[in-house]
Ligand binder design. Sequence first.
Ligand SMILES: [Zn+2]
Length: 94
Amino acid sequence: MSMTLYNTLKTFLVNNNKSVETPEGVCPNCWGRQEYQGKFFEAVKREGIDTQNITEKKGWIQAYAEQHLSGIELSKSEPINTCVSCGLKYVDEK
Ligand SMILES: [Zn+2]
């Protein structure tokens, strides 16, 4: 389990706004298809996580990421990142 996914989810949670639809490093196609946006925020709400206690809840977030997102994490080989789950390729625009 990479620290990356935790940091990614944390950033995603803290910057919760409509402009970012998919956490960085996660396959947008799979994230969207599995409706993780809704599921993730629902789970977070149920767990009582907010920006104030997010660091205390690190373990929970890591476990969630491990369970649900490690399979759709993009494997980085710049400039093209491939989703191991659906096989879609994304070109790094940086
Ligand atoms: Zn995918």
